[in-house]
Ligand binder design. Structure first.
Ligand code: ADP
Ligand code: GLC
Length: 470
């Protein structure tokens, strides 16, 4: 079986969030399970490019609208990541440092997808399945089936995995000219709400659709940023498969980013040493419970509620607890948090930016990880936190609801709440402060969480069943 994953992110080549983690891990574990799984992504100018060895695999010209462009496919030579990795270079569009955030993103990802389909249509064999991730690869199933030049791919099965339906890649109809000659009678497959919607097109055209947790699959029928009726109509080909975590990367006994390694047996002392290190770095008191938030500072993550909630928490508990926030995103939220930290310098610290190393240190050091997300298709942070013995505090939604059992329920090890608002967050901090003082129970929860198996090995089988079914 040969599966080609097409994505905008893949750790450690290019990562902005969980999509990168998943595409960097799932193919590796698929290869271990005997599936030939490959990854194709744009050739951004990230450090990985300059520290790896490459060969040119293919070079050709394709059209996007009236523009003929040259693309080059390079392949990593040493199988460094445990799977074949291909990068697509298109001068002027993909040769940039960042993954997203450019005014011409729609054009960039359309050209990327054209190049990938053009390249695959010149292979001397066909893959078993093409696996598209999120909207950046959403036009591919349509192009394989309905562009005249790629008809030799029309019967290749396709899978779409929705990591996040909030982002759909909308394009005005004027940009339909960018898509290589296609069967105009199929216009309806591209359209959703009078614009080209790559995510909707993929939901319509893919042989199967997966979401990254079972609960998110259900939620999408009621809350999918405008795609609810489409998801409901296509529900028979949709399935929710919970993400795994790469336990070779996220392992507190071997994690290279940690100052002190630890296991279930040494969790109390090991976490305390990591906490001391982080607290020394930030000027915090390691005797107090440490709460962390790691993530994109956007509405989906309810990051806008944090400044108000932490302000109340500090008023209520004084300096009984410490808080570290790592993230970047909406300028107003960044400013709100930075100002709050300035006003409460003894217990709140904010690190604005993306910092892989610090994130690992925080998962290991923290007592509690706060995730009040309004929308959370799966969420990996809570899974990493649990692996590092850190109690997740989550809003009951999507994958958070599928992976965290409240400590008030039988066998529970986390804290769950219902609303992404100040009241619920402050109330959950109160429960956390209480359990922090009950050392025996805290240890029991840590040991319990660290032994939960969220490895990719079991998830790989669910994906294999999806490929088998098509
Ligand atoms: P999402 O993909 O929606 O952002 P996930 O929980 O699936 O959320 O994954 C987030 C991933 O990105 C995790 O690996 C997390 O550690 C990482 N991450 C998020 N923000 C930062 C940051 N500022 N610095 C380092 N890592 C971050
Ligand atoms: C998205 C989602 C997140 C999920 C990740 C990986 O970024 O927001 O919840 O964990 O994809 O699937």
């Amino acid at each position: 079986m040969e599966v080609v994953h097409i994505s905008a992110e893949c750790y450690p080549v290019a990562k902005a969030g969980g999509l990168g983690d998943v595409v960097g891990a799932l193919p590796k574990y698929q290869n271990k399970a005997g599936i030939t799984s490959k990854v194709v992504l744009p050739m951004y100018r990230t450090p990985f490019l300059y520290t790896s060895d490459w060969v040119v695999d293919y070079k050709a010209k394709a059209y996007m609208g009236g523009w003929e462009f040259e693309y080059t496919i390079i392949k990593e030579v040493s199988n460094k990541l445990g799977f074949d990795l291909y990068l697509v270079d298109i001068a002027g569009l993909l040769d940039r440092q960042k993954i997203y955030g450019y005014a011409d993103d729609a054009k960039r990802f359309t050209a990327f997808q054209i190049a990938v389909v053009h390249w695959m249509s010149h292979w001397n064999h066909q893959p078993t399945a093409v696996h598209c991730h999120d909207y950046h690869a959403g036009l591919i199933p349509f192009m394989m089936q309905h562009c005249y030049d790629y008809q030799n791919l029309k019967d290749v099965p396709t899978v779409l995995t929705i990591h996040n339906a909030q982002y759909q890649g909308w394009m005005p109809w004027a940009q339909s000219l960018l898509i290589p000659r296609w069967d105009l009678s199929k216009k309806g497959l591209l359209d959703w709400g009078d614009s080209i919607n790559p995510l909707a097109a993929a939901i319509k055209c893919a042989s199967k659709v997966t979401t990254v947790s079972p609960s998110y699959m259900q939620e999408l029928m009621h809350n999918a940023n405008g795609l609810e009726t489409l998801i409901a109509a296509e529900k028979n080909k949709c399935v929710g498969i919970l993400n795994g975590i790469d336990h070779e990367v996220w392992n507190p006994s071997t994690d290279n980013y940690l100052t002190e390694h630890f296991s279930v047996k040494t969790v109390t002392a090991g976490k305390q040493k990591n906490k001391q290190n982080i607290c020394d770095q930030f000027g915090l008191d390691a005797a107090k419970p440490l709460f962390v938030f790691i993530g994109r500072l956007v509405g989906e993550k309810a990051a806008d509620v944090l400044p108000g909630a932490l302000h109340i928490a500090v008023q209520t508990y004084g300096a009984k607890a410490s808080y570290v926030i790592l993230g970047s995103g909406e300028p107003a939220v960044e400013a709100g948090l930075t100002n709050l930290a300035l006003a409460n310098n003894n217990c709140i610290k904010v690190s604005v930016g993306y910092n892989e190393s610090l994130s690992h240190g925080l998962y290991a050091a923290a007592d509690f990880l706060l995730m009040p997300s309004r929308v959370e298709p799966c969420g990996l942070n809570q899974l990493y936190a649990m692996r590092y013995g850190t109690v997740p505090m989550v809003r009951s939604t999507g994958g958070l609801q599928d992976t965290v059992i409240d400590m008030g329920d039988e066998g529970g090890y986390g804290i769950r709440f219902t609303h992404a608002n100040e009241t619920d967050i402050v109330q959950s901090i109160r429960r956390a402060v209480e359990v922090f003082e009950n050392k025996k129970h805290l240890l029991w929860m840590r040991e319990r969480m660290m032994q939960i198996n969220h490895s990719w090995e079991q998830t790989v089988q669910s994906y294999t069943r999806v490929y088998d079914s098509i």
